[in-house]
Write a protein that binds this ligand. Structure first.
Ligand code: URA
Length: 245
């Protein structure tokens, strides 16, 4: 097989590995591809000319470690989500991650285990990460809201606002090369842009100088598997950033 065909086959295999999770696809069988380690990303993309609301206060002072940020969060009672949570879900993964995924809020499984994205949507996210040639240990995963909203309702503006300084602090500490915003709440909160996720997705944006790719939330992809094709296009753009010199 030519190099070009080989590359195409590898890419297809990675894609189908997580596309198949809805049962509508058949995995390509065969030897696992040998994959290269991700390399440096290029300079940040310029932000697009979309009107932005007033920025909310950014934590000031020296950049803290993730442990210090977690300590500052403490047994948080800054919003009403504290009443229904089992535990705070701060974030997990590599503190030196070059790639960070930001989701919405913990669900029941995450609330029980204290780890983001461990339920059904989390399993799909893990497949997406692996299809991108990363692993959960090499990336960092966190959420806009750190406590589970009751009955998995959407996080409300006051809850997002109460948690946002901690998300900002996490991202300031991590200083990733790329952020992937999973779904409307992550994308709209980080970008201060109320454009629907259907229009935000797939377009490079900038968060505090860091290239940010908005894409669909894995929970949405579980409900609408036909949209996985578009999400994969978005993730491929992210992969390209790590592949180019
Ligand atoms: N959905 C999210 O947005 N975050 C989680 O941690 C789990 C599900």
């Amino acid at each position: 097989m030519s190099d070009e065909l080989n590359d195409l086959a590898l890419e297809l295999r990675r894609h189908l590995a997580w596309q198949e999770s809805d049962g509508t696809r058949t995995i390509l069988r065969g030897p696992k591809p040998l994959v290269a380690a991700p390399t440096k990303a290029p300079a940040p993309a310029a932000a697009q000319n979309v009107p932005m609301p007033e920025p909310r206060p950014v934590p000031t002072g020296p950049v803290k470690t993730l442990d210090e940020i977690r300590q500052e969060l403490g047994d948080c009672k800054r919003c009403k989500l504290c009443h229904g949570r089992t535990q705070i879900v701060f974030g997990s993964g590599n503190p030196k991650a070059e790639l960070v995924f930001v989701g919405e809020a913990p669900g029941a499984d995450e609330d029980q285990q204290g780890v983001p994205f461990v339920g059904a949507a989390g399993q799909l996210l893990t497949k997406m990460i692996e299809a991108m040639k990363f692993s959960r240990d090499t990336v960092y995963i966190c959420n806009v809201a750190k406590c589970r909203p009751p009955n998995n309702r959407n996080p409300e503006p006051d809850e997002i606002a109460a948690c946002e300084p901690f998300l900002k602090a996490q991202l300031a500490t991590l200083q990733p090369k790329v952020i992937v915003a999973l779904g409307k709440f992550a994308a709209q909160t980080l970008l201060r842009d109320s454009t629907p996720i259907t229009r935000l997705r797939g377009q490079w944006r900038s968060y505090e100088g860091v290239p940010l790719m908005p894409t669909f939330h894995p929970a949405y992809l579980l409900r609408s598997p036909s949209e996985k094709k578009l999400a994969w296009l978005d993730l491929q753009q992210v992969m390209k950033r790590f592949e180019s010199p």
